[in-house]
Write a new protein. Sequence first.
Length: 181
Amino acid sequence: MSLFEVFLLALALSMDAFAVSICAGLKGRAIGAGSAIIVGLYFGTAQALMPVIGFFLAASFADYINAYGNIIAFALLAFIGGKMIWESFSGGDECKIVPTSPAKMLPFAVATSIDAMAVGVSFAFFTVNVFLAALIIGTTTFTLSIAGVKIGSVFGSKFKSKAEFAGGAVLILMGLNILIS
């Protein structure tokens, strides 16, 4: 997997966190830079850790199912992407206000990064530097989460479903690319 593909994957995976960050920004214009950084740190750290966890879980049994690696990776990415696209249509553009306090951010960070663990499973079937990929995914999510908080404080929930749709479409396209490669 090339660095460009890892970056595209990072963008796609960060869309859930970006969408939730927009909701966090709905607290209003008074949201401070400190709160935006806390949101970014939680989401970025969770998104960086989960692919590593998924990779090591899958690496332990990769030899047994390596012949089906492309199909498994495609199925995982297509499922995650399809779920994101479905949520972009079914969830509407309404956001619940997301608390930005550190103690309350953990459940949101874990919930938005479960997909990243599944992607980490697919890394076990390809030549990927999982630590570099995790760093790229975490940094991208951190950056987009901070931007999401600021966008939410200015524009509201207008971009939430569009972000989820775009992330899902990229994951499905990457899965198709893996399948036909």
